[in-house]
Design a protein around this ligand. Structure first.
Ligand code: SIN
Ligand code: FE
Length: 312
């Protein structure tokens, strides 16, 4: 795994400098291999007043006592615990602007993906990550690859863009081998995490999936998971539960300095956040058909291992 610094300076990016088509394709390729793309600055404007507002919120018992999510498509905040409507509105408009700026930037940097992603949630992460008291599967200080329990991707990819808005303290991450190596090691009977059952191969699984799909189509909110999504969720939990792996796997450490940005496929790049406070983040679900190195997509890696389709 490597940290690749974007060639154009943050100032050049801010003034609209675009990478060449070849460079943009190369950035996509690095991301797909599990590398982290890094920008040593914030290449768009976030007004200082807005930063101050985010940084000065009361920490516990206040409006920001957990991560706040912004549902981009609904223009709606969740997790905002305060009862001050003015603060909620302001947070929402800051998140909206952040989401738009990040998306404009990524449309330039990762041109092969443009219009081939769905905007997922954005988030504000105001809590110190070191020592957070979370249940095992929610802990982000344990190495894992991402899978969203309520938002299966059907093989599409989870791309996340982060900004450390802490003016003084880095956000510290740890990584180990990427998904392809971890799957080789752990997927299957010997590794401890059962491989997915191929689509179409198991009548009962298909019947259950069919019934769920019918419920969904008439508006009943059930989650329909493909065999791929089912595996990715089990794998996320398996890695967090595996104390031996957490302790003994080879590790690399990364410091993301104050006022810097980075992006990564968190379904490919194993990651854990060890410390840091005050980050903004936007998630994109990128179509698996937009990959420049399709054989590296986790769904293709697993399908190769199983020898059958895992998504419809
Ligand atoms: C995660 O996706 O595990 C959290 C990363 C972060 O908040 O820095
Ligand atoms: Fe994660």
């Amino acid at each position: 795994m490597a940290l690749i610094t974007i060639e154009s300076s943050p100032e050049a990016l801010k003034s609209g400098t675009r990478p060449s088509d070849a460079a943009a394709r190369d950035y996509c390729r690095h991301l797909e291999l599990g590398d982290i793309l890094f920008i040593p600055g914030i290449p768009f404007d976030i007004p200082q007043d807005d930063l101050n507002f985010l940084l000065q919120q009361e920490q516990s018992g206040g409006a920001f006592h957990k991560n706040v999510a912004y549902r981009t498509n609904e223009d709606r905040l969740t997790g905002f615990a305060g009862d001050n409507a003015v603060d909620a509105d302001r947070t929402r408009s800051i998140m909206r602007a952040y989401s738009q700026s990040a998306t404009k930037l990524l449309s330039m940097l990762l041109a092969p993906y443009t219009e081939r992603w769905k905007l997922d949630y954005a988030s504000y992460r105001p809590l110190e990550e070191d020592g957070r008291d979370l249940s095992l599967h929610k802990r982000n200080d344990l190495l894992h690859t991402d899978a969203f329990p309520s938002r299966p991707t059907n093989g599409d990819r989870i791309l996340r863009f982060f900004t450390n808005i802490n003016p003084a303290v880095p956000r510290k991450w740890m990584t180990t081998s990427p998904f392809d190596a971890l799957a080789q090691q752990f997927a299957g009977k010997a590794g401890g995490c059962a491989l997915p059952k191929p689509l179409g191969g198991f009548a009962l699984d298909n019947a259950v999936r069919g019934i769920k799909q019918t419920f969904r189509s008439i508006g009943i909110p059930v989650t329909v998971r493909s065999p791929y999504d089912d595996f990715m969720l089990r794998f996320h939990n398996f890695l967090k539960e595996n104390g031996e792996f957490q302790k003994n796997c080879p590790k690399e450490y990364w410091d993301f300095p104050p006022n810097s940005c980075w992006m990564v496929y968190t379904d490919m790049t194993s990651h854990a956040v060890l410390s840091g406070q005050y980050a903004l983040e936007q998630t994109y679900i990128v179509s698996k058909d937009a990959m420049v190195t399709p054989e590296k997509a986790p769904v293709r890696i697993l399908e190769k291992m199983v020898g059958a389709p895992l998504v419809s």
